[in-house]
Each structure stands twice: as structure tokens, then as C-alpha cells.
Write a protein that binds this ligand. Sequence first.
Ligand SMILES: Nc1ncnc2c1ncn2[C@@H]1O[C@H](COP(=O)(O)OP(=O)(O)O)[C@@H](O)[C@H]1O
Ligand SMILES: [Mg+2]
Length: 592
Amino acid sequence: MSGEELGVGVIKHIKGSVVIADNMRGSQVREVVLVGKEKLTGEIVRIEGDLAIIQVYEPTTGMSPGEPVIRTGEPLSVELGPGLLGQVLDGLGRPLEKIAEAAGSFIERGIRIPTLPRDKKWDFKPVVKKGDKMDPGSVIGEVPEGAIIHKIMVPPNLKRVEVVEVASEGSYYIEDVIAVLREDSREIELKMYHKWPVRVPRPFKEYLGTTELLVTGQRVIDTFFPISKGGTAAIPGGFGTGKTVTLHQISKWADADVVVYVGCGERGNEMTDLLLHFPKLIDPRTGEPLMKRSILIANTSNMPVPAREASIFVGITYAEYYRDMGYHVVLTADSTSRWAEALRELSSRLEEIPSERGYPAYLPDYIAAFYERGGKVRTLGGDRVGSVSIIGAVSPSGGDLNEPVTQHTIRYVGTFWALDTTLAFKRHFPAINWLQSFSKYVDNVKDWWLKETGTNMYDLREQAMTILQESSRLEEIASVVGESALSDENRLIILIGELIREGFLVQNAYHEIDTYCPPHKQVLILKTLLEFYNKVKPLVDAGVPFTEIEKLEVIGDLGRLKFLKDEQVEEAIKDIKKRLETELSQVKRAVI
Ligand SMILES: Nc1ncnc2c1ncn2[C@@H]1O[C@H](COP(=O)(O)OP(=O)(O)O)[C@@H](O)[C@H]1O
Ligand SMILES: [Mg+2]
């Protein structure tokens, strides 16, 4: 349908990024409109009689009442096809570089540059033949893209189709027709890409359980507060507590095939940092840029607030698309607070009745709509298994975790990594507070650990957690009465708590080896630390003074196991155990 057939409205009133247009009867909420002479992209958010209230995704400066508003009849959609990976896009899916090239150093309004390059050829290899019957989601052909094989699928909004014609192996532009499909009596020309409305979750066959660990190589996460493939996590914390570093670590190390990173920084320099830093990350699997299997969405500060609101849904739509191919996708958003603030700002411009702290009453629904799009699924058309794991940073002002965005987010995520300013100040990184954080996946991934490492990690975690909780409590008492006033048993618990913290929880993202700790190394370290405790505890119980235990030389080595190369750890542990025996027999001799 063209704009003419749908009728053209007229701008009545402009209020920042919100425009009120008249003569809009018949239009739909969530319909995309082209606003003003410059045809800026906007979305209808409310309809009142002939009036449509529109949020405009580009700066409206210079626009005047009386200018036209063209209807499109379409919801806000993105292009899905080869060429997404490696791109740096704005909140509406427009390639930042090309926009900048086209407009000098600033983003010109109303610029229509498609997401997927039209001048690039892709090597297409069909996997079906004429006459094949296919379901929505079935794979028609394959295209190498970046670090993966891109699957060209029958769009999920079609019915069962028959292949009338399919292109032979060769290289094609994205606008070339690579297949003709028959749906009922209608013939459809299929290109390598299709469009999808960003606010509509892409369909799949069924949810699968979240029983597979998403390995991040970050010990406090994998062992204590795991996220599974298809799981959701929130990482709230004040400025400088390590949200961005953690998200980058996960993007880089998680055992996912595709990474979608949505940057919603409020300060311009945060986005500049992201644009400078992220494309330089090296993929540890290939030694090549991580961008080869990533999509970076950057909400630059010259785009108005509504674009930030839409960008989250743009990102999740890309993630679902690669999930549908049968890939594991990690989507990180930094930070969802900036996104929620965009909602708040819009809501106030729309003069809606504010709820808690000025946020609109529908804030929880929006947060839910985002996290609910995570999951591990069996896909349409071929039963592939894919997942979208979602990790959102939350940056409450002043680090106050009781504010609405954090509190509503808690309700919808499976994992909660509470960052702690005090820990960050002490340079205990990742500053994830082990008493305030939780993961609902601990039980789910229990069997995964057993199968992958042959160890009951669940039990080790329980024991370590008990020690950590107990030592935190005892340290508080010690800070009042002095540590020497505690019993030797209690002082031992404090020592072991410290050992678990320093030797296991603390992990340096910038240390060549420590930056990534594979699951079996996590098991070895934690097991050894706990064995040490189980070995010396009976001695202390039997009267060996704590001061003798504290002096043991192996303690230092236990704390440094994490810095050892993978292949050195087992040998080092054997050596520590041997030396511990010698040291302990000396202690016993001295005491008796
Ligand atoms: N895992 C880590 N290892 C080492 N340093 C870290 C780690 N996490 C955070 N940091 C330190 O904390 C600083 C702030 O982290 P950042 O992620 O930028 O905070 P936020 O995004 O929460 O404001 C980093 O520049 C780095 O020095
Ligand atoms: Mg940050």
C-alpha cells in the first residue's frame, strides 16, 4: 500500500519528539508514519479521534505545523538477512558509518539507508529443489556470513509452501530473487532477506528447558549465579561497579555463536567508548575481531529519546532471527535504565499519569516484554535448537537498588547479579555481592555440571556458600569485638571465606589467564579450597591453634591457582597437597 491510498495527515502540534497530527482517522496504534517534509520516521503511540500522537525517532527541530504526515500502514520493522553481522547500527537499524558518510560528521534527518548492503554479493547455496514442500522457518539455502553459516529461511509469516524455482549455487545481491514459492495459489518471490516487525516476537515451535549452562568463564557467575542458555539476567550497580566490563567479558567469552550488544548510554562519551572499544575485542575462538559474529547497536546522543526505546526491540529481533537459524545468541543491553528513562520522558511528554518516580504505569509490562523474548527453543521448520540469552545492565542513580527499574526487573529475570559499591571500592571485581545475588538456574544446570565435569558442583557451591555467609557474619562481629576475641573455629571460617573470595570470586578481566576460567578449572580450584578446609578443620577442632594454621605456606599457593595455565593446575594441586601433608605433620609435631 502506498501513502496516497492511506491518506495524508497534517502536523498540528510539535512538542520535542512528540508530534500530534490531524486527519489521521483510520490509522493504527504502532503504525509507522513519515513525518514532515523531511519524512522523519515516527510511530503512532495513541489515537484520539482524528488525532494521532506520534513519537518521532529523529530530531524534529525546524519542523512546522501544517507539514504532511504520510501513513505507511506498516509497523516498525527491520530487515533480516545476510549482512547484519559485523555492523554498527543506530537504534533504528541504520548503519552508523554510512549515515555519517552520507551526512558529514552528523546524522542527517530523514536519511533512509537500508540496514543490509545492496551492493554486496553473497555466496548462496540452495539446500532444496523444485517441488519440495516446505514449512515456515525451513531452510532454503545457506550463505557464509562472518564467522557463521547464515540460513535463508522461509519467512515465518508464510504458510506451508512449495518450491516453484530456486536459484542455483552462485553469488547474488540481497535484492535478487533466490526462490519462487507457491503458497496456496499465490506465487511469492523470495529474496535473501525479509522484514519483521520489531515488537512482535518471532514464532517458534516450543520452549525447551534452561538446563544448559551458558559458560561465561567468569567464576562467580558460572559457579555461584549461573545463567543458562536461553536464560535472563540483570546486572544492577552504581557507576564504576563493573557493569560494562562484565557485559564485555560475557560478549567475548560466552559460548554463544552470535552476540548482539545494545548500547544505551546517556552520556555521549559512553557511546564513544563503546564504539572505540567493542570493535577491537578479539574473538578468543578465532583470533579474529569479535565483530565478525556480532551486531552492535549504539544509541548515539544525537538521536532523540524514542529511538533508544525502540532500539531494545530492534536488538532482540536480530537475536531471535539468528536463534531461528539454530544458533545460540547472547544479547546484552547497557543499560536498560537509560531505556526506561526514555520511556519516562516520552510518557511525560504524552502527559500520561505518572506512577512510581515518574515512570509510566506500564513500565513493568515493557520490562517483561523485553525479557520474555529470551529462551531456548525448538525452531519452526526443521526442529533446530537455538537460544537467546538476555543480560541487561541496570544503572540506578546513586546505586539505589530499591528504585522501580531494578525492582521490576528482579521480577522478570532468572539471575540477578547485584553489584556492590563497597566491593568495587576495595577492587574486588567482579563486584557481585554473593549475599544479595540469586540465580534460579542453579538447580537447572546441576546435571550439566555433573555431566561436563564429573563433579557435583551443586554440593561444592552449597558448602562454599555456607562458608561465605558464615564468614561475612563473623567478620561483622570481628569488626566490633576484634578478631582475636573469636574462637579458633570461627577464625578458621574467616580465613577460608577470605581464601574463597580472593582465590575464586575475584577475577581480573585484564589478566591474560585469569580473564577466562573454563568450567573444569573452576571445579578444580573450588574443590581444592574446600578440601583444604575439610582437612584442617578437624585439627582446629582437636585443639591445634589457629595461629599454626594461618602460618601454612600452601595458603598463598591456593590463592594463586587461578593464575595458572589450564594444563598446570592439576600438577600444582598435587604439589600443594604433598606440601600440605609435610607442613601439617610438622604442625602436629610442634603442638604435641
Ligand atoms: N572483572 C574486572 N576485572 C578488573 N577490573 C574490573 C573488572 N570489572 C570492573 N573493573 C574495573 O572497574 C572499572 C569500572 O568498570 P565499568 O564496567 O566501566 O563500570 P560501570 O559500567 O558499572 O560504570 C573498570 O574500568 C575496571 O578498572
Ligand atoms: Mg558502564
